[in-house]
Design a protein around this ligand. Sequence first.
Ligand code: WT7
Length: 653
Amino acid sequence: MTEPSALDNLLTESRSFPPSEEFAAQANATAALQQEADADREAFWAKQAERLSWATKWDQVLDWSGAPFAKWFVGGKLNVAYNCVDRHVESGHGDQVAIHWVGEPGDTRTITYADLKREVSKTANALLSLGLEAGDRVAIYMPMVPEAIFSMLACARLGLVHSVVFGGFSAEALRSRIEDAAAKLVITTDGQYRRGNPVSLKAAVDEAVEKTPTIGNVLVVRRTGGQVDWVDGRDLWWHDVVDAQSENHTPEAFDAEHPLFILYTSGTTGRPKGILHTSGGYLTQASYTHYNVFDLKPDTDVYWCTADIGWVTGHSYIVYGPLSNRATQIVYEGTPNTPHEGRHWEVIQQYKVSIYYTAPTLIRTFMKWGEDIPARYDLSSLRVLGSVGEPINPEAWIWYREHIGAGKTPVVDTWWQTETGAIMVAPLPGVTVAKPGSAMGPLPGIGAKVVDDTGKEVGKGGGGYLVLDKPWPSMLRGVWGDEQRYRETYWARFADQGYYFAGDGAKYDEDGAIWLLGRVDDVMLVSGHNISTTEVESALVSHNRVAEAAVVGATDPTTGQGIVAFVILRGIKEDEDGTALVKELREHVAKEIGPIAKPRQVMVVAELPKTRSGKIMRRLLRDVAENRQIGDVTTLADSTVMDLISSGLNSGK
Ligand code: WT7
């Protein structure tokens, strides 16, 4: 479960960075937060919920009697979109910029809170005109255009449940998600820009909805101007339907436990799980964590989270957290090296970004591109840096602080999951003495600990599993349509103690700080994205030339883990060109799941190493994958892989 290199770092890391006095003096978070939470946890969360505007106040903070299904702020009613938009206009901040949008080709849009209110209201009126009603599911399959955010907020405003599907996913991935949630509408664009080139998106929707009878309409934003096929009656242009609507829409308050969204995440079995989040508790924790962990000052900060709205980070830290806190933020459509490798620094310089939140995989990529690139820009506006998605190795943490943060900004390493909805374990800037590579400890109000196999907390210096020992407001409310899977995946492992099993290995250091060590299950973390080995294996064996496949995540200097597949082929021909077939298999996986799941390497083998009970020996395969110096592919005739496997077997691994 732990890569030796990562562990070595962890064992020798002793640097620590106390907050500067200036920072601490102005920080939103103080040590009092922890004291308040310790004194009375429910009263603490009730106070955090007061950050929001409620139409009806709750009668009970937490009802855990139906565990593991929590109810937070029972009896309370609120409108999530009102909290993210209208109330800021009503408090006199309509002219404040909500979103500085930067398109990949260089086009820009400036959207104030008053603009956002108009756009979200028109979008909500359009969705009503299509016959959608509270509780209906809407799939959003879009690049990072402002309409994607308008769509999410319009759903929230109407009590529709959005299911955002990452624009890099395939038609098949979209189809299965639409089907699982029985969505009635898909919102998409004609196409999207990828590394400077327009590529189609609508075509994938056409393919997906051919097999999903629940879909009544496809609402299409024109982005690239590319050619699209059109089904009259089903397909509608955004500019025809939304632009014509009234700018006025009165939001209705929904129950605190009304479903807000479903977001699919990989599980250890092939089928993705639809993680369900609800309204009041989710928004409370998204707002509380965004305010305290990033030290947001709504009047002066310019915040930028580089995630895509297709992931939970985009939901909680582009849409719901920042907008509920009246942030001014950057939303950037493109890739970090389009048109050049200094694009992010250029944006930071131009907009005077003060808070920047990104992923370790990107930080390592920036390191590879060279520190002379950020050095060419004025990054002096930055005052807080964040990291999320996978463990950040100490060297990347130090580089980030030195070369992006001028050696003085706090770096907040934030551990959380799609399932947790919001940040759970992280330092508080201005309070915590941070150690490079450690997510430090649970936030005030959160219960997290490291336990052994039997559920007993380990001592200082001990390692085991990360568990969450108390319910939290933004916790998932189940797996869509599959109560059993929810119970089994998260609550069965430590059923006696009633702990939530996160699926991550972790350890305490001698001071009791938490260090995350990666997944303990068969989920890989590729560029911070969760991909299951089983899912990629199923995609491979769905190709008619693959008899059997085993997939492992091998350490990768840039992406954290890289996907390596071992395949047994059907009917190898003596003179066959292995390179072409391997290429075809990689493309096949990209088509089935999406380009991010494309294996870095495919190795053709004659057999797979198995235990006597028939379980594939993944640890051995990972060793093979990590210790072999090769390029992208191997040829069919290559026997060295098999030799490595047998020598590993013989050495008793
Ligand atoms: C898994 C959840 C949270 C949004 C992005 C990923 C890993 C996430 C960290 C971190 C170590 C981390 C865990 C977790 N992870 N952040 N700061 N340090 N590991 O969301 O796709 O649901 O993945 O990402 O393994 O279980 P996700």
